[in-house]
Design a protein around this ligand. Structure first.
Ligand code: FRU
Length: 530
């Protein structure tokens, strides 16, 4: 056992308050741990779950595990905010019940208010990871659908939840669907009737979103598929996991029906007639592979707000040694644009994070051999806003988390030849732990997605740099999230780059961001002990 993994063992099993305090202070001083993003006090976060705006408070739940492992038993962690920016972790909302239909985990789901009572609908996992694989191979499904209600709707933090006696409210997928998986319920109301879809799919065919209805969110009737994936010739029946839609989410934004599916952070737009969704076109909310398991809510202001799980991009050993893994994205506001695609921007509330302005620039030419970094800017917690006229350049953009000699740097830019927004982390770290990740997938490299700029339209980037998180928004309609772990603690520079010509900065501002807590959200760890 290495010193690092021994420390991680202690992290997973704090035996005394003294140990807990030591762990919290180690994490609070971990320079890779973000300061303005939500994450649990320690250990594991994956999917956003059940976002709910209730009586003026935002409740955001997330998949939490007391181990650095996506196959560990999952709980619902719970955080509360009044402004969508400052979060406080309030503890575990849902824990598996020994011998119950969720004995191996409380998986993803939704929250709605039913007759004044906040109500969670989630998936219970019946089997352990090992038996699950074997049973799935036989066509048996471990998932059950479950309901829990707030114990006291007058508790502003809604800390206690009660599982209802009728659980599981659904015990098997619909007859006739040879499901490879059946999880992550999404619930909405039309008139007096509740509707629900659940992530599902068939081997070799692809995603299915079965539709159910209910009067009380407890007794559900299967209707028919809400939507079925378009045939995909690349579907590999031997990889059943890729044949389902995980984490579907369905809503109407500014009159347009939208279905979200987890893979690729894709959104499908189309028609919704007789409770059947027909896809017309599709796009992606976030181009980054770091982002997964997207989930939205409508808030009390009628806005459609989006979150994603920002996964780690370093080895599991490095994650275990760090004692934490997984971060919630910033909340993104989704709107419908005139061309039928979705607008994607940070919610306006995140502006409260802006502290002092470190730098402003206007009307400056960016030359291929210009300075690597801007003078007087040194930060790993900043918002960088820039408007660039591409001029004769083929590529232009920002350099962040950059060392003075450029040996470590991350490029966020636009390629006008391919019309793509990109995040290039090829050189973001020299640490070998960032080379490859799960399944030997490359952790560093170029990731990108389509962004067509109109004639004369400048590139407008808004980049949130928050330790290992780089979240980028472009021109109000594209976003890409990434994770970086520079080995040098001096990789704090910000610069401009250009390739194949010159470009011009119309305006640029670098804002230092004010942390949302004074301890990188490490407090409240005792509320997460299981
Ligand atoms: C997506 C997912 C969900 C499941 C949850 C379990 O990341 O696999 O489908 O409910 O994670 O944590």
């Amino acid at each position: 056992m290495t010193a690092a993994s021994a420390a991680a063992g202690a992290l997973a099993l704090p035996s005394t308050m003294g140990a807990q305090t030591r762990i919290s202070s180690t994490l609070a001083n971990d320079r890779h741990r973000p300061r303005v993003h939500l994450l649990p006090p320690s250990l594991w976060l994956n999917d956003p779950n059940g976002p709910l705006h209730f009586r003026g408070r935002y409740h955001l739940f997330y998949q939490y595990a007391p181990a650095i492992d996506n196959f560990a038993t999952k709980y619902w962690g719970h955080a509360v905010s009044t402004d969508l920016v400052h979060w406080k972790n309030v503890g575990i909302a849902l824990a598996p019940t020994a011998g119950g239909p969720d004995k191996n985990g409380c998986w993803s789901g939704s929250a709605v208010v039913v007759d004044g009572i906040p109500t969670i609908v989630y998936t219970g996992a019946t089997w352990s990871a090992e038996s699950e694989r074997a049973e799935r191979a036989k066509g048996i499904i471990p998932e059950r659908q479950m309901v829990a209600i707030a114990a006291d709707p007058n508790d502003p933090n809604l800390t206690r939840w009660i599982k209802i006696a009728e659980n599981p409210v659904l015990a098997a997928p619909p007859e006739g669907i040879r499901a490879v998986g059946w999880r992550d319920p999404a619930v909405w109301k039309e008139g007096d009737t509740w509707y629900m879809t659940i992530g599902c799919g068939e081997a070799g065919k692809g995603g299915i979103a079965p539709l159910y209805s209910s009067r009380d969110v407890r007794r559900w009737t299967y209707l028919h598929p809400l939507a079925v994936a378009r045939p995909d010739p690349n579907q590999d029946p031997n990889r059943p996991g890729s044949s389902m839609w995980e984490c579907p989410d369905f809503f109407i934004v500014d009159g347009k029906p939208v279905l979200l599916v987890a893979s690729g952070n894709r959104y499908l737009t189309g028609t919704y007639i007789d409770h059947r969704f027909e896809q017309e076109s599709e796009g992606r909310i976030d181009f980054g592979s770091a982002s997964y398991a997207q989930k939205t809510m409508e808030d009390e202001k009628g806005r459609r707000i989006w979150w994603g799980w920002l996964r780690e991009k370093r080895s599991s050993e490095a994650q275990t040694a760090a004692g934490w893994a997984g971060v919630m994205s910033l909340p993104k506001l989704l709107t419908l644009r005139r061309d039928g695609t979705l607008g994607v921007e940070p919610v306006p509330e995140v502006r409260v994070l802006r502290g002092g302005q470190q730098k402003t620039i206007s009307n400056r030419t960016i030359e291929p051999n210009g300075p690597l970094l801007l003078d007087g800017v040194s930060t790993d917690c900043a918002e960088v806003d820039v408007e660039i006229e591409l001029g004769s350049a083929h590529q232009a953009g920002l350099r962040v988390r950059a060392a003075a000699d450029g040996r470590e740097q991350t490029l966020i830019g636009y390629d006008r030849d391919t019309q793509e927004l990109f995040s290039d982390t090829t050189a973001s770290s020299t640490d070998a732990a960032t080379a490859t990740g799960q399944g030997l997938r490359a952790n560093r490299g170029v990731e990108k997605g389509k962004l067509v700029l109109q004639n004369g339209e400048p590139l407008r980037l808004r980049v949130y740099v928050d330790a290992s998180v780089i979240e980028t928004f472009a021109n109000g309609r594209a976003s890409i999230s990434d994770r970086v772990y520079p080995s040098s603690d001096a990789a704090l520079g910000v610069g401009l780059f250009v390739k194949g010509g010159t470009a011009r900065v119309r305006s640029m501002a670098v804002w230092q961001l004010t942390p949302i807590s004074n301890d990188r959200l490490t407090s409240g760890a005792e509320l997460f002990r299981v």
